[in-house]
Design a protein around this ligand. Structure first.
Ligand SMILES: [Zn+2]
Length: 362
């Protein structure tokens, strides 16, 4: 008996050293395309919401999203972030409080940004939004190849280039992106209807489907297929910003907050996921902050577009709320951070940025 007992202890110590695993068994990783840290931390921008050029239906918009206090304003825009995540999780990226979250890639647009965060390093050859398969292995693919994760990793993305960023072909991960119909799981009547109306409702953008479709596909997959690592990439905020429609940009941001709330509430009411799931949220780039029109744009020459933000909530994350005055963090650290939550050391053929330590208990 004694011998067995001793070897069990040794085995336990070894697994602790090897995996340093916390309580997280599942990760939902979420991105909001091109939502600025300015709106996340300060709510609607005073000049933009009061501008007839950018905000139609101003009376209604002011009623919904305007208040002289920026604390209340941000709560009006993103109530889940500022009631729940602030109390139970962490928020990074408020530059004015000395919390800087930044891109490492110099391009400051989507494909390079998503590649940086998913791969864990900057590959300078990822410098266009073209539909080119990513030669780099993402953390999604890496984890998909670990024991116990086969077919437990999936991605639902509004933008159709994700099939290539994640390299669906090579990775074997289920990626539902753009106007692709959902074809997994049970013969769910809700999915049948969503597949139909996705093609019936005219979409103003060539390569993007509505976030509502992406969200409901992803949530159904979560309910029916129980993924351990689910990636959801929403997009509408970036489209409306490029179009200069600040009202729609705010509405889209508010809706994204509701989607996260919906996912978190479901997770915390489900036996399989409750208190075992971490949700990590970020964006692929910032937007301009210089002259009045620059909020619409991003790119290598746009001042401010290098700034991103991150939010995290889950059983392994100390509830420190809004982070301040910490070491600068980068999007490239996200891949190894996701792996660390699952107790997996993320390695790759290239240098991988370290995980963000402050997201974990000591
Ligand atoms: Zn964009």
């Amino acid at each position: 008996m004694k011998r067995i007992h001793t070897s069990l202890i040794i085995f336990n110590i070894l697994t602790c050293i090897l995996f340093a695993k916390g309580k997280t068994n599942n990760i939902i990783f979420i991105t909001f395309d091109g939502l600025r840290w300015e709106e996340v931390f300060y709510g609607a921008d005073s000049i933009l919401i009061h501008s007839d050029d950018y905000t139609k239906n101003q009376k209604q918009m002011l009623k919904e999203y305007w208040h002289s206090s920026d604390q209340i304003r941000r709560e009006q825009l993103m109530p889940f972030f500022w009631n729940t995540i602030i109390n139970q999780g962490q928020l990074y990226g408020n530059i004015r409080s000395g919390s800087i979250a930044s891109l490492e890639n110099p391009y400051r647009f989507s494909y390079p940004g998503y590649s940086e965060m998913l791969v864990g390093y900057v590959d300078l050859s990822r410098n266009s939004n073209n539909k080119e398969n990513n030669p780099n292995i993402t953390v999604l693919e890496y984890i998909h190849n670990q024991p116990g994760y086969k077919n437990k990793v999936a991605a639902f993305c509004s933008w159709d280039v994700f099939n290539f960023i994640i390299n669906e072909e090579r990775s074997g991960i289920y990626v539902s992106a753009g106007m692709e119909s959902y074809d997994r799981g049970r013969n769910n009547p809700k999915i049948g209807l969503l597949n139909e109306i996705m093609l019936q409702i005219p979409v103003p953008w060539r390569s993007v489907r509505y976030d509502a479709i992406t969200h409901n596909f992803a949530k159904t997959y979560l309910e029916e297929m129980r993924p351990k690592l689910l990636y959801i990439a929403y997009d509408e905020t970036d489209e409306y910003a490029h179009e200069g429609k600040y009202d729609k940009y705010l509405n889209a941001a508010n809706q994204l907050d509701q989607y996260v709330s919906d996912l978190w509430n479901w997770v915390q009411s489900n036996y399989y996921y409750k208190n075992k799931t971490t949700i990590l949220i970020t964006t692929d780039h910032g937007r301009g902050n210089k002259d009045i029109d620059s909020w619409r744009n991003h790119g290598s020459s746009v001042n401010g577009a290098e700034h991103v933000w991150m939010a995290v909530i889950g059983p392994d994350t100390p509830p420190k709320g809004e982070m301040a005055n910490h070491e600068k963090i980068y999007s490239s650290q996200i891949a190894s951070t996701i792996a660390s939550f699952l107790g997996i050391e993320y390695q790759n053929e290239r240098t991988v940025a370290p995980m963000i330590k402050t997201m974990f208990y000591d």
